[in-house]
Design a protein around this ligand. Structure first.
Ligand code: NAD
Length: 374
């Protein structure tokens, strides 16, 4: 093995981050190069989507899967779900490198983990790909409604974002979102639903941006969104800034530009670095932590695993994001820490307490799911 490919620092990283298992999947016959990372199964099987991306190096892919799987542990823990954290990455170009054999081979690797990891859609992966994976393993969620799945999670995620935004409005201004001005970055699946819900809430004005012409056209004609240039979205004079496109957009360059009092949106990993959570607080901006506010999609697929999928139940559970967000805000005030740190604390406390119980009560969920899908 060449020097530097897998060196001791990887073990150091795994130890620091606390991963339970990492599976490197290589099937040259079908061109599969993938990594599955199970961060924690303390609360349940490690659930998280599979991302297909043309990573430049093995290290880059490894770093991404380790970080994303840990994020899933925190998201599930804070949402009160009996799920652990896992994630997978397939190294390849989703436009060129997809094939039936590739996804079935990936499915066989998922199957080899016997339910410790449950996969779903993520960047570069669609429902059809998930259905191909499902030929080889039952450990797949987010399949189409026709196959008994929960379908597109975006409207549920957007509903959760709305709940978190309402909690932030109540905390900041003791009011609803009526009459407020919101700037949405990214009018994709979640951002578009959010715009619709905000119109229903009586928002005074909604600004938005996207790179996609069709999305811009739909948002402005259907929901009255005032379109701005993507580069100008940070400077919009608004009450709430809602990131619904990319990660790491709250950084040294953008935070000084923000004109809002609340940041509440769907994107994963919004803070470029942990310290940016404190910097938002110093500027008097209330930040609704990303993995708490965007957990509606995870709540939705969780309902697929715990019995016959029921949309009403998934929506009811998603509405509790309001209360969870309030708790995070209160905890931050109480300990004089940033809201991002408070969200970590909520997740870590639950993990610590359940780990201390030393039991694994989630086996029945696995059995039921296996039975249901076979
Ligand atoms: P999407 O791909 O449907 O939408 C993203 C939109 O952002 C696209 O329309 C894209 O053109 C636009 N965009 C990309 N770069 C941009 C830029 N620089 N400026 C403005 N717009 C830009 O994705 P989505 O499903 O709506 O998810 C949005 C975010 O929410 C992602 O970060 C995703 O990880 C996160 N998220 C989504 C869900 C879900 O249920 N879909 C759940 C949890 C978290």
């Amino acid at each position: 093995m060449r020097k530097g490919l897998i060196n001791m620092s990887l073990f150091h990283e795994l130890e620091e981050m606390g991963h339970e298992r990492v599976l490197i999947c290589s099937n040259p016959e079908v061109g599969l190069k993938a990594i599955i990372a199970v961060h924690s199964t303390t609360l349940g099987p490690g659930l998280g989507g599979v991302r297909m991306w043309p990573y430049n190096s093995f290290d880059e892919a490894m770093r991404d899967v380790l970080r994303l799987s840990k994020g899933m542990t925190y998201k599930a823990a804070a949402a009160g779900l009996n799920l652990g954290g896992g994630k997978a990455v397939i190294i390849g170009d989703p436009k060129k490198d997809k094939s039936e054999a590739l996804f079935r081979s990936f499915g066989q690797y998922v199957q080899s983990l016997g339910g410790l990891y449950i996969t779903a859609e993520d960047v570069g992966i669609d429902v059809e790909d998930c259905e191909t994976v499902r030929i080889e393993t039952p450990w797949v969620t987010g399949v189409s409604e026709a196959l008994g799945g929960s379908g597109d999670p975006s409207p549920v995620t957007a509903l959760g974002v709305l709940q978190g935004m309402k909690a932030a409005a109540m905390r900041k201004w003791s009011s609803s979102l009526k009459g407020k001005t919101i700037a949405i970055q990214g009018l994709g699946s979640v951002g578009m639903w959010l715009a619709k819900y905000l119109v229903d809430e009586g928002a005074a004005a909604i600004y938005g941006c996207d790179l996609d012409e069709e999305a811009i056209e739909e948002a402005s004609s259907e929901h009255g969104v005032k379109i701005v240039d993507p580069d100008d979205i940070y400077d919009v004079d608004c009450d709430v800034f809602a990131p619904c496109a990319l990660g790491a957009i709250l950084n040294d360059d953008t935070i000084p530009r923000l004109q809002c009092e609340v940041v509440a949106g769907a994107s994963n990993n919004q803070l470029d670095e942990d310290r940016h959570g404190e910097e938002l607080a110093e500027r008097g901006i209330l930040y609704a932590p990303d993995f708490v506010i965007n957990s509606g999609g995870l709540i939705n697929v969780y309902n697929e695993l715990t019995g016959e999928y029921n949309r009403e139940r998934a929506l009811l559970m998603t509405r509790t994001i309001y209360i969870k967000m309030m708790r995070v805000f209160e905890l931050a005030d109480h300990h004089d820490i940033s809201t991002a740190d408070a969200a970590d604390k909520v997740a870590e406390e639950r993990l610590r307490e359940i780990r201390a119980l030393g039991t694994r009560q989630w086996g029945s969920m696995i059995e039921r799911h296996q039975h249901h899908n076979h």
